[in-house]
Design a binder for this molecule. Structure first.
Ligand code: ADP
Ligand code: NI
Length: 217
């Protein structure tokens, strides 16, 4: 099977897999990540086929939807890629990227081991910040039954993936526990530049949000 047929099949597979999602992990998240990852990858000279395939498949059975199981996604993707007769070396590269991409807590490093992984991780993180990131955070919180805001629940800077997985705090806390940290964790120069702009927009949003909550506006 040639590369473009595999990518078409991956798109069909993931559209079906994520159909009906209302947590911000829908097809359009995947499509935005794919486009951003390819743009970053072109600038970095990364392997575009591996980047596109990993971007398309990166949220299949993500741990947030498997009761915290981080191995199910990469395992399902591996099986699917084998059915598509993708070369074993490519399968390994794609599955490695998928297992590295996710955020694991404020105090947990998430190193990438390839240029392709850097592009996909930056693209996924760009979609977690800015206007879209704000919308996705509240969509996710709502889908998980989280409070929007609760001043009685303090922030928690998680120092292990296990602690981060257990978190069930209000969505506004997630901005401080993850989203505002992302701009300093970007891998590529173009990712950093875009993240800075989106970061500023989130800061404006938070200032207005807190002022409204305090009855100042
Ligand atoms: P990652 O694998 O790095 O978490 P995803 O593509 O799965 O990246 O997107 C994660 C998105 O899910 C976040 O950007 C945010 O919108 C949402 N999310 C995750 N945890 C929370 C949370 N505790 N509160 C609100 N939103 C969350
Ligand atoms: Ni994602």
């Amino acid at each position: 099977m040639n590369s473009s047929t595999i990518l078409e099949h991956a798109e069909t597979f993931v559209r079906e897999h994520l159909a009906g999602d209302s947590s911000g992990h829908d097809w359009w998240h995947i499509d935005r990540v794919r486009r951003a990852a390819l743009e970053i990858a072109r600038g970095e000279g990364a392997d575009l086929f591996v980047v596109e395939l990993a971007a398309l498949l990166h949220d299949v059975s993500d741990w947030k939807f498997t009761g915290g199981d981080s191995s199910r996604g990469p395992n399902e993707v591996r099986e699917w890629l084998q059915q598509q007769a993708v070369e074993p070396a490519t399968i390994d590269r794609v599955c490695q990227i998928i297992s590295e991409v996710t955020f694991k807590g404020a105090g947990v490093a998430t190193p990438t081991t390839s240029l392709e992984g850097q592009a996909v991780q930056d693209a996924d993180r760009l979609d977690a910040i800015g206007a879209v990131g704000i919308a996705r955070a509240f969509a996710y919180g709502g889908s998980k039954g989280r409070a929007m805001v609760d001043p009685d629940i303090s922030l928690e800077m998680h120092d292990s993936f296990a602690a981060y997985k257990k978190n069930s705090g209000p969505t506004i806390n997630h901005f401080y526990e993850k989203l505002l940290l992302l701009k300093d964790r970007m891998n590529t120069a173009s990712g950093k530049r875009l993240a800075d702009e989106r970061h500023r927009f989130m800061e404006q949003f938070l200032a207005q949000f807190h002022a409204e909550c305090a009855g100042q506006r």
